[in-house]
Ligand binder design. Structure first.
Ligand code: ACM
Length: 269
């Protein structure tokens, strides 16, 4: 058995130290094995352009990274947190995976959404899974809009994921349809940590952009059904206990095995 915690909160734009303090407060006293935080949870979301995102970004020697490393060690938990990652003159919309013991991995968002296309470089890490160092559990990572591409979750499933963890800054009300389907069609748990709150920015052309993030952080069972879901606005942590081993047998009746029944020679793309 394994405990996973979904952290839902409202990051303040451009205030990383305050956001890290907020995260520490929310997780105070929480006992868990996986801590899942939203996309871009240190900086906020609504960058105007690539230069602004680059200025806010951090390399793996950054202060937020040190904070998440410490969080992983303190809680003896895998920490998955969205951040703006600097690599030379490029900036990626990334998820840090910090393991107890100090190891770090980084997933770079494959399918950028909306104005992320003018702020970030397209992710080039590809999909991978991470073994929890203290539990028998394989975690695959995708970020937010990756949900719209079933290939992302299927790739993680083919790699052996038991749980797909999805740091998110979701703004629509349709994502639940897709995320639930990703869980059902792959027989994996899908964990979504979404942020809440509204960000309003004056854009370069003088217009105003206001985005309201829809909260509703949720853990889907491998049947596609939600196990527990946060409301749209509350800042809090949901901790749930699950058995990752239940996802390994891909039969869903005596005849049908989800992966073995695939017919790839008839599929395009
Ligand atoms: C999203 O990818 N932030 C919707």
């Amino acid at each position: 058995m394994l405990k996973i915690s979904l952290v839902q909160f409202t990051p303040e734009f451009g205030a990383p130290a305050k956001n890290l303090q907020h995260i520490a407060g929310l997780l105070n006293g929480v006992e868990t094995d996986i801590i899942l935080l939203p996309e871009l949870c240190t900086t906020g979301y609504s960058f105007l352009n690539q230069a602004e995102a680059l200025t806010a970004s951090e390399g793996l020697d950054g202060e937020s990274i040190a904070f998440f490393k410490q969080l992983a060690n303190e809680h003896k938990a895998m920490v998955i947190a969205g951040f703006a990652e600097r690599d030379g003159e490029k900036v990626y919309n990334s998820a840090l995976i910090a393991l107890p013991g100090g190891e770090l991995k980084v997933y770079r968002k494959t399918h950028l959404f909306f104005r992320e296309k003018v702020c970030f470089s397209e992710g080039n890490s590809g999909f991978f899974i991470v073994d929890h160092p203290l539990k028998d559990c394989k975690v695959g990572i995708m970020i937010c809009n990756d949900w719209r591409y079933p290939e992302a979750a299927r790739s993680l499933t083919l790699l052996g994921a038991d749980i797909i963890a999805c740091p998110s800054n979701l703004v629509s009300n349709v994502w639940g349809i897709g995320m639930a389907a990703r869980a059902l069609e792959n027989k994996v748990y899908v964990a979504v940590a979404n942020r809440c709150g509204t960000e309003t920015r004056q854009m370069d052309d003088g217009s105003t952009q206001s985005l309201t993030f829809t909260g509703g952080s949720v853990l889907y069972n491998f049947t596609g059904e939600p196990i527990e879901q946060a409301d749209k606005t509350e800042q809090h942590v949901i901790t749930l206990e699950i058995d990752p081993l239940l996802t390994r047998d891909k039969f869903f009746n005596a005849y049908n095995d989800l992966l073995n029944d695939r017919r790839p020679k008839f599929y395009l793309g």
